[in-house]
Design a protein around this ligand. Structure first.
Ligand code: SF4
Length: 466
């Protein structure tokens, strides 16, 4: 559920980047990479409609160059893309130079869509001997990619887990049977792939990137790229809330925040600041953690940062537990519904991230497993039907503010669950997941990351730079 990558979109940036990497790898494995003389990339459906605003074309070029979104220096993106544009050359797989003109060789097929998934891209290749080949990939949400014709079952489906989980009911069954908490169940499953210390190290690395993103975003001022002239707000809010307190690093910053007290408005403003910071970084092609998507990348870090600073959650064990629980809830949503806005609208992004954060916070605050699942249910219940309508196809309006709302709803859902008896709940987590999926199926396609409806058509704004 958590992947380190680059903004602004997991399905439109990270996924296509991964698809281009996978395609380049497959050419390499087949011994054909050095035979390539031409590549054309076709972007279909939602990838075409909001691809420019989401940097899909940029991601594809960097993926074809063999760059990795986890480690690529985000400050080099503009220079590298400008080089390709000017030279009309691309270093395929970081070693084989081919002619490539992004304007000609990346085609946005605005009116074409492939039946399996709205986020589809095809790589067409011509080889020196005149042969041609084509491969199609689908960006199925959260940075996950599926190649056409590949078995859709992932490794978790074929590896035997001690606690197989597809639904919230399965999770509850294992919790009841073993008496273990959600994060303990998740850890038992994770150690099938990696030893426990390695899992803990990976999870803490995820938090490190989230934390750095919050810190960087709170200290960066200016305007977001793309032409909407959206001013970054976390910087001013951070400054105002700190009331002139100086700091030189994250620890000093965190201490300064704690010193400000725990008044409701103060905490509320900080939660918003954390979420704004992450999503302003995301909108600026910054390094973020997909959680479970890039558009919703601010919700979980904001709630976890709230837990750490205002609920005494500042221990590595607690942070690990929080993220493990959140990931299981996201995984159940992915299996039972979707985490792709192109399939389910914004309920699949902000709604799912809010549900993940709500469950994790509840368990971290001492709630039972059933209360944690109740919190996830409550958080999603109040995001049902939320459409995806990004203005100008950019992950800025309404996306950035939506992360503040998702975070606050997660905290409210958690409090409600902690004050409730799950026995009396009328709606189960599985029930709300099914409802979310039914709603996704009924939702008009113009509200599924196409920028063809909602705010995207009702707010006239000039996009001079797009
Ligand atoms: S509106 Fe929601 S789903 Fe759509 S791009 Fe923005 S955050 Fe993602």
């Amino acid at each position: 559920m958590f992947k380190i990558g680059i903004g602004p979109s997991s399905s439109h940036t990270l996924g296509p980047w991964r698809a281009a990497q996978k395609f380049t790898d497959s050419l390499n494995k087949a011994g054909k990479l050095d035979q390539v003389i031409r590549i054309e990339v076709l972007l279909y459906g939602s990838l075409a409609k909001t691809g420019v605003g989401h940097g899909t074309d940029i991601a594809v070029q960097l993926g074809l160059c063999g760059e990795d979104p986890v480690s690529f220096d985000v400050n080099s993106i503009d220079a590298r893309i400008n080089d390709i544009k000017q030279m009309k050359k691309l270093l395929l797989g970081a070693r084989h130079e081919i002619d490539f003109d992004p304007k000609e060789d990346i085609e946005f097929l605005f009116s074409e869509s492939l039946p399996f998934h709205p986020n589809a891209l095809t790589f067409l290749v011509e080889l020196k001997n005149g042969d041609t080949l084509a491969e199609t990939y689908y960006s199925i949400g959260g940075g996950f990619v599926q190649k056409e014709g590949e078995n859709p079952l992932d490794a978790s489906a074929v590896i035997e887990l001690p606690f197989p989980i597809n639904t919230a009911n399965d999770l509850l069954h294992w919790c009841r049977k073993t008496g273990m908490s959600i994060h303990e169940i998740v850890m038992e499953n994770e150690v099938v792939w990696h030893p426990e210390p390695a899992v803990k190290k990976m999870v803490l690395n995820i938090w490190r990137v989230m934390k750095e993103c919050i810190y960087r975003g709170s200290a960066t001022e200016g305007y977001l790229p793309g032409g909407l002239q959206v001013k970054r707000r976390a910087f001013a809010l951070n400054k105002k809330l700190l009331k002139g307190k100086e700091y030189n690093n994250y620890d000093e910053w965190a201490a300064a925040i704690r010193e400000g007290g725990n008044q409701f408005n103060y905490i509320l403003d900080w939660v918003s600041c954390f979420a704004l910071a992450v999503n302003e970084e995301n909108a600026s092609f910054g390094r973020v953690v997909t959680a479970p998507t890039n558009g919703a990348a601010g919700v979980i870090p904001a709630v976890l940062q709230y837990f750490i600073l205002f609920c005494n959650g500042d221990s590595e064990e607690k942070i690990i537990q929080f993220l493990l629980t959140a990931s299981e809830i996201g995984s159940i949503f992915k299996k039972g519904a979707t985490i792709s806005a192109a399939m389910g609208g914004c309920q699949a992004e902000i709604g799912v991230s809010s549900a993940m954060a709500a469950a994790a916070l509840t368990e971290s605050l001492g709630g039972s497993q059933r209360q944690a699942m109740m919190a996830a249910e409550i958080a999603m219940e109040h995001h049902l039907g939320m459409t995806c309508d990004p203005i100008g196809g950019l992950v800025q309006i309404p996306c950035i503010e939506r992360n503040t709302m998702g975070a606050i709803k997660a905290i409210t859902a958690s409090q409600l669950a902690l004050q409730s008896t799950p026995d009396f709940a009328k709606v189960s987590l599985d029930g709300v997941i099914k409802t979310m999926w039914d709603t996704a199926l009924d939702m008009n396609s113009k509200y599924k990351e196409t920028a063809d409806g909602g705010l995207a058509v009702n707010v006239p704004l000039s996009l001079s730079e797009c």
